[in-house]
Design a binder for this molecule. Structure first.
Ligand SMILES: N[C@@H](CCC(=O)N[C@@H](CS)C(=O)NCC(=O)O)C(=O)O
Length: 280
């Protein structure tokens, strides 16, 4: 590889700038594989125009049936490929650049798609209600009206009513999100215990982090990247200093913070360059 890969991401005003869970998955892959890349920051209202311009395929349909364009997108000048959708990008990177770390071991390629869907099904709506209003506040001011209009159309409700601070609904969403994370914690435990990676006694003492869907040679996997990307979303949008984030860091014996710490070496964010088409 000689030329840096172009990685399209959405900027925010949070500490890391990068806040989107779907694009974080791609960043973890690029960093873990040590691939040269540059981030191209695209504001929400410009995503469709940029994707059309670079020939990125839509990833779904809008409610009116028109194509839906989303980030992450990756353009690899070394192969000419332009790839949309986080899992398709992870698979492209795995196929094209198998070393030095295989984040999706070949035998688990089929499973990882189901895993991603299962994580989404477990967290789903309660998590969205909690964080979507915070995403709005995290975006740069010029991108907010687009985000508000599209998300309010999707939920059929003003952002302020999705899970208002102090409401019983918000408490219920938190309880469901915590419960879902508990189910996921069981999957990580099962994996670690099956492989003998972390003895039960160590877990009870709260020691060590564990990773999921690993081969013995791998420190982390794409499955870990998926989970940590959701956690980054919470942290970046709710704010590291918020009471809600602090509460979350204590969930399940602090295991999620340990998993984040294990992935931190792959979390660098470059300054990259910005594309701005709309007058924001
Ligand atoms: N399944 C897609 C989902 C990507 C996605 O929803 N991205 C959001 C940002 S987190 C987006 O770009 N939305 C564009 C829009 O709402 O206009 C993936 O995993 O890449």
């Amino acid at each position: 590889m000689s030329k840096p890969i172009c990685f399209y991401d959405i900027p925010g005003t949070s500490k890391a700038v990068a806040w989107s869970p779907n694009t974080w998955k791609t960043r973890f892959c690029l960093n873990a594989k040590g691939l040269p890349y540059k981030t191209i920051w695209v504001e929400f209202p410009d995503i469709e125009a940029v994707c059309t311009q670079i020939g990125a395929a839509p990833t779904g349909k809008q409610p009116d049936g028109s194509p839906m364009y989303t980030l992450p997108v990756l353009h690899d000048p070394n192969t000419g490929a332009t790839v949309s959708e986080s899992l398709a990008i992870a698979r492209y990177l795995e196929r094209t650049y198998p070393g030095p770390v295989a984040l999706i071991p070949p035998a688990l390629d089929g499973l990882v798609g189901d895993f991603q869907k299962a994580v989404w099904a477990a967290f789903g709506l309660p998590m969205m209600r909690l964080v979507v209003p915070a995403v709005h506040a995290t975006l740069r001011p010029g991108a907010r009206p687009y985000f508000r209009a599209t998300r309010e159309a999707r939920f059929g409700q003003p952002l302020e009513e999705l899970a208002p601070a102090g409401s019983a609904l918000r408490a219920e969403c938190w309880a469901k999100t915590r419960e879902a994370a508990g189910v996921l914690a069981g999957w990580w435990d099962e994996e670690a215990n099956t492989k003998g990676l972390v003895p039960r006694a160590a877990e009870e003492a709260g020691a060590g982090e564990r990773t999921l869907l690993v081969s013995d040679a791998l420190p982390v996997s794409y499955a870990d990247a998926i989970m940590v990307s959701w956690l980054y979303w919470f942290r970046e949008c709710l704010g590291e200093e918020s009471g809600e984030w602090k509460t979350m860091t204590a969930w399940h014996g602090g295991r999620w913070v340990r998993l984040m710490a294990a992935m931190e070496k792959y979390a660098q964010v470059d300054s990259g360059e910005s594309v701005q088409l709309s007058k924001l």
